[in-house]
Design a protein around this ligand. Structure first.
Ligand SMILES: Nc1ncnc2c1ncn2[C@@H]1O[C@H](COP(=O)(O)OP(=O)(O)OP(=O)(O)O)[C@@H](O)[C@H]1O
Ligand SMILES: Nc1ncnc2c1ncn2[C@@H]1O[C@H](COP(=O)(O)OP(=O)(O)OP(=O)(O)O)[C@@H](O)[C@H]1O
Ligand SMILES: [Mg+2]
Ligand SMILES: [Mg+2]
Lengths: 255, 255
């Protein structure tokens, strides 16, 4: 059964989607069958890979509720080994629909178990909140990857997030591990970035990936072309960092 | 009665908190009695002004539920005319507590009416979601200000947000106006920024503020000193842009 990794951080704009798209694409390029699942109603993971998510009838929402099969909701991409289960605004209905349902925390976990053996890796892109959709992702996952900006507000939210992860481990998913912390949008010209990296490494040591993703405009341009960075600008600093990150992540699995 | 402006955008990391803090500080500096209300459980508006929000017992949450008076929850700042109603993780309980309550959309509106006449402006910083806390802010507000990054994903989320605003206008708060769209984190070195600005101005015309806030590292350093940009680095490009924005916003009120 494939490894399921949730990308979560309730702080907004820290690079969850950018990391999900580019990690998925590099894993696929390394020959791993990879599924990118979007559980954020903004739908950026799908649109960042060129899908017109706003006009899709069958998305992760219809599949979660049982109205659609996996085959109709899942979209193949132009890239071998990379498939996407996109989201759009319909998914905002999930929290309301599931409000009084027992087992509402396990919906994604149960559905993903049905298809997990078709993939080597399943990445789940979360919204910037700690609501039912993120809880579903943490309950379904084998591990959680935490993208963190090299910014002041980034440290504040981490305590809250680690508390929620502990809660999920105790009550919903005892197997959930921390895949690690990935520092993003590092700007070598500013003292603040260097300070945040030093603070995070001091507190979390080995749980922080060696690779730091630099701030690189190519990463923010790539989604407007519907391409992962490895396709859009493979020699950019952003591409080289995400490629190295994917290699490190794979090496950790073998260790 | 003071004017209540909600700062909302479900896309994360677009500059809602940075705009709320710095607009509030410049309005206060112009002699306007200003209250900054944080309805984001991350609590960045309070911590960005130097408050140790994690250890506060009385916050916006206790005031909203009626357990505390406004005087104990509200915090004065070092700066004249600027007061803060901070949030912390306790506020995450609000959505669960209010789940089956009638009138749960009007809680903030009712509570703010009790104190609105003490202020000229009340700014409400929203979390990156369209849940009950943001709905409460839109229901309480006279107008909504939408900070938008000059990035590709920014345009995607705008349609969803405008739809929710329409919904609130129809069902909860017919007086709600659009204060405007404020473009943030503009990076003059990238084509993408210029493209997004052009697209947004084309679609929204006069609803977009003339001033564009540049990407400026001083803006992300200021909260680590607990100071608004006008205090931390008053001649930085970020400070000058927010000062001009506050002046434009005030001029619009008089028009
Ligand atoms: N390393 C980087 N360098 C430059 N821009 C980046 C980088 N990583 C992400 N971005 C851009 O910053 C913005 C925020 O990133 P992204 O949308 O991936 O964050 P997120 O955590 O998924 O946001 P949300 O909380 O809204 O889901 C996007 O416009 C993205 O293109
Ligand atoms: N114009 C700017 N230039 C440089 N950095 C900025 C600018 N505006 C905001 N920032 C930084 O970018 C990050 C995101 O900004 P901010 O936290 O204000 O966004 P937000 O919309 O409130 O995020 P959230 O969705 O998590 O509430 C912060 O670390 C902030 O310091
Ligand atoms: Mg995202
Ligand atoms: Mg904020």
């Amino acid at each position: 059964m494939g490894k399921i990794i949730a990308l979560a951080n309730q702080k907004g704009g820290v690079g969850k989607t950018t990391t999900a798209i580019n990690l998925a694409a590099y894993l696929a390029a390394e020959g791993k069958k990879t599924l990118l699942v979007d559980v954020d109603p903004q739908g950026n993971a799908g649109s960042g890979l060129g899908l017109d998510v706003m006009n899709l009838q069958e998305t992760v929402y219809q599949w979660l509720l049982g109205g659609q099969t996996f085959e109709t909701a899942m979209k193949k991409t132009r890239w071998e080994n990379l498939e996407v289960l996109p989201a759009n605004i319909d998914l905002a209905g999930f929290e309301i629909d599931m409000r009084d349902e027992d087992g509402r925390d396990y919906v994604l976990r149960r559905r993903l178990r049905e298809v997990a053996d078709r993939y080597d890796y399943i990445l789940i892109d979360c919204p910037p909140s700690l609501g039912l959709l993120t809880i579903n992702a943490l309950t379904a996952a084998d591990s959680v990857l935490i993208p963190m900006q090299c910014e002041y507000f980034a440290l504040e939210g981490l305590t809250q997030l680690l508390r929620i992860i502990k809660l999920v481990q105790n009550k919903l998913n005892p197997e959930l591990k921390l895949e690690g912390l990935l520092l993003t949008m590092f700007d070598s010209r500013t003292r603040l970035s260097t300070q945040v990296v030093a603070d995070v490494r001091e507190h979390f040591g080995k749980q922080v990936f060696e690779v730091v993703i630099p701030r690189n405009v190519k990463l923010s341009e790539a989604p407007s072309y519907g391409e992962p960075i490895g396709v859009y600008d493979p020699l950019s600093s952003g591409a080289l960092a995400y490629k190295k990150f994917a290699e490190d992540l794979l090496a950790r699995q073998r260790a």
